[in-house]
Design a protein around this ligand. Sequence first.
Ligand code: BYC
Ligand code: FE
Ligand code: FE
Length: 481
Amino acid sequence: MNIEVSYDDLIPNNVGLSDDPKLKRALEKWHPGYIDWWKTAGPAGYLEDEVYLRTAVSVDPKGWAKFGYVQMPKYRWGVLLSPAVEGRTIPFGEHKGEPAWQEVPGEYRSLMRRLVVIQGDTEPASVEQQRALGATAPSLYDLRNLFQVNVEEGRHLWAMVYLLQKYFGRDGREEAAALLQRRSGDSDNPRMLGAFNERTPDWLSFFMFTFFTDRDGKMQLEALAQSGFDPLSRTCRFMLTEEAHHMFVGETGIGRTIQRTCEGMKEAGIEDANDINAVRNLGLMDLPTIQKKARLHYSLSLDLFGAEVSTNAANAFNAGIKGRFHENKIDDDHRLLNDTYPVLRLDDAGFKLTDTPALTALNARLRDDYSNDCAKGVGRWNKIIEKTGVAFELALPHPAFNRRIGEFAEIESAPDGTILSQQDWEARKDEWLPNADDMDYIHSLMKPEYGAGKYAGWIAPPKVGIDNKPGDFEYVRLDQS
Ligand code: BYC
Ligand code: FE
Ligand code: FE
């Protein structure tokens, strides 16, 4: 197993691509279509500009990345797997304890392919959703972070395409081609999952997306990193090292926005955080609108966990393909044949935690783990508000709020879980989710600020620079020509 990555090939890799001519040819054939996709569906503009990006050069956890200026179409997207664990066995399901698979077992081929395709589909989808944001970044630092997230999501697509091309033969090659053809939000050929066809129209959305939706990515990758199919496990493990930065961008982006809003309110002597007009007159993002955006992105992301009770999930677990969050830290038999898990369900009497066979409740469990992770981040945002002395608390809505998939898809509820008639929902949803006025206001703040070390008025500067660079560092060298 190579720790260092070979940069001699067109496609940097630590999977011995030069010893596998057939795979190398397949990937090299896919490459021009990918570059074409990047240029037409990736970040609009900025094809020539030098961006200060990190590139994975090793899979050693202590020093895997190097920073430097690069034009994005020339970014070295590589295929990287975390080191193999010697003697690894399948950690769960009916094959628990058997040696991990190095090839896909025939009987699980289609199940496995479907999961890899869905995972792969989300990566380019997010880049497409974020395509227009480069026009309105609040600073060069943020612009660079957007592009860092974009190139790494591009690399995640490479990661899944590698698995498809290496392990799934002709079907895999066809799926790899289709991954470049679907488009986020396209009515004829959309991306596969709901949240990835929504718009990311502004920077508040971008930060919420990287906080909430990239965090679904983290949870799903953690579950796939447990896989008995070793190449999938190793691929996902390395993707997780990159994912941390995406969530950092979201959490600190919202945190800096909150910081600026609260400081501005204090300076102006505004006591009532719900007086949105007073806050907006200062050109700041009012906290109630931040709350609305958080509800929207959280509820969209909850839909990504699928139905709470799912035989797909049970089959994937039984087969040893997709495990639970931190499977290896859970103290049980890892087979779940007789276990139950309390799932929040709805009956005529209201919401009730109902003991459900644990095998079919895996989506619910992963979603609960996700909600706990989100709540911690929201708690950190609330600390920022509290420190400034502003009286306001952000909260996640009830899991039934604004849902389109699963147990609560057919009903409507208020953020506190009060069940509403369709009519009441229609009448009140603008109080809870961003409405047209909110969107107009947010839009009015989306003005680019591209002076070195300068920040748009609605967001505070970061505490430290990327790669410890000083405050006025030129993270993107905008084309001088
Ligand atoms: N939208 O048993 P069910 C990331 C479909 S994000 C549309 O409920 P299952 C990233 C489902 O496909 C992580 N359709 O669900 C983040 C099925 O259809 P078929 C992405 C949906 O299969 C930010 C039917 O409903 N990775 O990496 O147990 C930036 C019934 O299915 C949706 C993964 O998701 C939906 N929201 O669970 C960049 C991991 N939900 O087959 C990247 C791989 C369900 O009957 N995927 N359906 O036609 C999975 O593990 C599972 O497929 C899901 C769904 C968790 C998505
Ligand atoms: Fe990703
Ligand atoms: Fe991500």
